[in-house]
Design a protein around this ligand. Sequence first.
Ligand SMILES: C[S@@+](CC[C@H](N)C(=O)[O-])C[C@H]1O[C@@H](n2cnc3c(N)ncnc32)[C@H](O)[C@@H]1O
Length: 285
Amino acid sequence: MTAAQAQAWGGKTTPDLEEDDLRYFCQIIEERAGIVLKPAKHDLVKTRLRSRVTANGLSSYGDYRQHLQSLAKNDPEWQIFTNLLTTNKTDFFREPKHFEYLVHDILPAWLKTSQKTFKVWSAASSTGEEAYTLAMVLGRYLPKDRDFKILATDIDTSVVEAAQNAVYSISKRSEIPTEYQQSCIDIGKGEARGWFRIKPHLKEKTVFKTHNLIERTAPDEGIFDLVLCRNVLIYFGADNIDFVQKKIYSTVKPGGHFFIGHSESLQGLKHNWKPVGPSIFRKGS
Ligand SMILES: C[S@@+](CC[C@H](N)C(=O)[O-])C[C@H]1O[C@@H](n2cnc3c(N)ncnc32)[C@H](O)[C@@H]1O
């Protein structure tokens, strides 16, 4: 922050976030993305939106609220607002039991069918680690005469862009089991030192797009053998969890599967999935 900006805020480094402005920001992010910001996350609202107050040349969160209220629904500032309030934590091979279930249960059954292409949707894909993990696993375990396609979507345009780059800090390399590393990633040299990239033959199987899970429409890519919607339902209220599980149900093939995060649950909802493992569900054939 410049000295002039600090002065505009009465010498304070951060303006106060008034209760009614906080309530407004929380209400809008729930309406737009389904994300319920619990009191423990309220400090995060202040920290994350601070940069937008300064970037717009404003002096308080109340001014930023008024600024947002004056904008058209499709103004780019709304997307920036949404991007700032998402939580994007993810890892390669996160919750590895799901990938073990894919290898030992789902794929052997699928290989007994005559289908050619195994189709997966990584819904809420963040920076792409989940989608590329799927590509690594499917690339390793599917025979040459079978193919796979991965659709990966997220509401946050900045993570979708990062995922499309397929370049990660070398510090994340250890998340990838050693037996996958040689065939799945290229380690950067020279100017790219400190980074690795996903090998092109895996990257090209993965399409990243923006998609809002709480919107009525499903992706155009048709129906899937497997949908992962992990570690995002935890931020939603019961109505949106119900809406999303129903929408995903309509995109899964009969006999196909649905994974949610290990700390998430469909408990208390009336649904048609058959639970077949920890946070693993199957659609009846
Ligand atoms: C914690 S990350 C989970 C990433 C990955 N699925 C995993 O389990 O590692 C949650 C992601 O959900 C996305 N998200 C939040 N609300 C969303 C919505 N309404 N539609 C689509 N994605 C959403 C966020 O942008 C964030 O990238």
